[in-house]
Design a protein around this ligand. Structure first.
Ligand SMILES: O=C[C@H](O)COP(=O)(O)O
Length: 259
């Protein structure tokens, strides 16, 4: 059993991703990427950054010779057409981006993205052979009423559980309890581990153990240099999706070092 755990641990990637949200103009983006590339520690983890749409293309060019991957914060489910203000999967691919965040709680809360919309986005991204970093997580009321496991299970089921088993090699999960995002509140390492283990069990029930053990599950929500190591030490936590702390090179580097 111990041997099996070691093997399965090796098979899934460790990932640290920085979601810059609506921060950093072009000069600031270039400066932060320059600093990050210079300070990037030796790591087995995949390191990703998600600048704003307008700076994606220059970021890709700037990081051409770096191992840091540039990813997108969002995309539309349509392939092209009359969707004013939106960006398609093909447009991202065209500038060298093949990983996209889908389902961030801010997209759900402020832009009305429902499970149904997210399921369509996931489907389009996978059809285009993109990798999806799918975000989900409960709100404070769900946690208080101890409904958090049900909420998370429903979010996964609605957006992901109709996918073919083969699609799961292109899925990264990011569990982000909404009450811990940008609030300074963090789920305790034990709360994170408890939920991540539940997520793996839910995937095992819906698919099988192999898919569940091979999918990377990141934790997001006020990860900082001070708490990263303890959170990342939990067996079912495979890294983090970092907001605020990814905007400061030294903090992001310290979080990468913690994995
Ligand atoms: O996408 C990142 C998450 O929303 C976490 O943000 P935060 O680290 O600022 O809490």
């Amino acid at each position: 059993m111990q041997e099996e755990n070691l093997n399965t641990q090796k098979m899934r990637s460790k990932i640290v991703a920085g979601n810059w949200k609506m921060n950093k103009n072009s000069a600031e983006t270039e400066a932060l990427l320059t600093e990050l590339a210079a300070k990037l520690p030796d790591t087995q983890a995949e390191v990703m950054v998600a600048p704003t749409f307008v700076n994606l293309q220059s970021a890709v060019k700037q990081l051409e010779s770096s191992t840091i991957e540039v990813i997108a914060q969002n995309m539309h489910f349509g392939e092209s057409g009359a969707y004013t203000g939106e960006i398609s999967a093909d447009m991202l691919l065209d500038i060298g981006i093949d990983t996209v965040i889908i389902g961030h709680s801010e997209r759900r809360a402020y832009f009305g993205e429902t499970d149904e919309i997210l399921a369509k986005k996931v489907k389009t991204a996978l059809k285009k052979n993109m990798r999806v970093m799918f975000c989900f997580g409960e709100e404070l009321d769900d946690r208080k009423s101890e409904n958090h496991f049900n909420v998370v299970e429903t979010q996964l089921k609605n957006a992901l559980f109709s996918l073919d088993a083969s699609a799961w090699t292109s899925i990264i999960l990011a569990y982000e309890p909404v009450w811990a995002i940008g609030t300074g509140e963090t789920a305790s390492p034990e709360q994170a581990q408890e939920m991540h283990a539940f997520i793996r069990k839910t995937i095992t029930d819906a698919y099988d153990t192999s898919i569940a053990t091979n999918v990377s599950i990141l934790y997001g929500g006020s990860v900082k240099p001070a708490n990263a190591e303890e959170i990342f030490s939990k067996p079912d936590v495979d890294g983090g999706l970092i907001g605020g702390a990814s905007l400061v090179a030294d903090d992001f580097v310290a979080i990468i070092e913690a994995i």
